[in-house]
Design a protein around this ligand. Sequence first.
Ligand code: NAD
Ligand code: UDP
Length: 386
Amino acid sequence: MAGRVDLDGNPIKPITICMIGAGGFIGSHLCEKLMSETPHKVLAVDVSNDKIKHLLEPATLAWADRIEFHRINIKNDSRLEGLIKMADLTINLAAICTPADYNTRPLDTIYSNFIDALPVVKYCSENGKRLIHFSTCEIYGKTIGAFLPKDSPLRQDPAYYVLKEDASPCIFGPIEKQRWSYACAKQLIERLIYAEGAENGLEFTIVRPFNWIGPRMDFIPGIDGPSEGVPRVLACFSNNLLRREPLKLVDGGESQRTFIYIKDAIEAVLLMIENPARANGHIFNVGNPNNEVTVRQLAEMMTKVYSKVSGESSLETPTIDVSSKEFYGEGYDDSDKRIPDMTIINKQLAWNPKTSLWDLLESTLTYQHRTYAEAIKQAMSKSTAN
Ligand code: NAD
Ligand code: UDP
């Protein structure tokens, strides 16, 4: 760790980071990176620490004096301001961020993504502390191209679909499509942070993740999460593969996504943390434009990769179609296509993703198989016995 320098060649000083939502998917990878590769200290705030237990115990770990866990619900805990004051930088990851919740629990979604983030922004602004806030690529909503006729050649023109932080509009569906409750709440908190920067000098960075995936994402229903829960697509498809069920393609699986390996994305976040002069005042897309697939193609690739890593043959009918109403309920809607423009992050942080979709699925599904295959087998044999 000795002699670490930032992108401008200046030595990096150890800092204290208040990380809210540190016990989640992204938080757990960021804590891991900060502990193993940097001298920084983390005040890890979350309601749960299951995904970072390996970093907190035993007390003999090399970084034991650099990470402390605070079990705090930021909705109602007066200790939050004290922790933000103790830190040099606050990173806010806390959110309800699974699409199955947006239309079925819109109030919780809006409160979590807007109201609960307000005090965090306020404490940072009032105490002159830097903030890195996690927003979402979903802020862009649908592409302009989605409104062109299906056979229009303009649909092939990047001007109609590439998503640019400082130029693309945010296009959401009508209010009754409650899917957009999340994107809208995230948009308003982005605008508030931006305004705090403009009017009160808040030093901020906003991150817009584009489908970061990897180990520890969400949960496997009935194993380490509720049986009826619906996680994001990686965990849904992993669950289907582990149980030897067909993968469910919502509305034909035609939506397109770009997936990025969590470890590539974490490199970008570390650059933001350690290069404040280059990151402050910016909104960054963080994704991998080279890893675009339709959800159907993702299902096909995951089926092949899983077969390779598990040694099990694929099902004769590996996928089935399901309507969004049946899968998510009333009020679901979808983003059609998400390609991040990389100009700003390239220019400010000289960062690019590295890992191909095949490679990231191979390491992730190896983890899923190793972690869950036995537990699923036992759960399934128990339920047949009953
Ligand atoms: P996650 O659900 O795994 O992590 C969120 C963490 O926040 C959880 O551990 C949860 O317990 C915690 N949390 C929620 N409410 C809290 C509260 N009131 N008090 C304390 N802790 C609370 O999700 P993630 O994938 O790690 O996402 C982190 C952030 O990145 C979120 O803001 C999300 O909107 C954003 N994001 C992620 C992706 C992605 O690809 N993973 C994409 C777009 C946006
Ligand atoms: N999806 C699917 N089957 C599933 C889960 C999700 O077809 O079992 C689709 C979903 O409709 C969306 C895409 O996969 O088009 C990505 O969903 P995810 O929940 O990962 O989040 P999003 O990218 O929409 O934020």
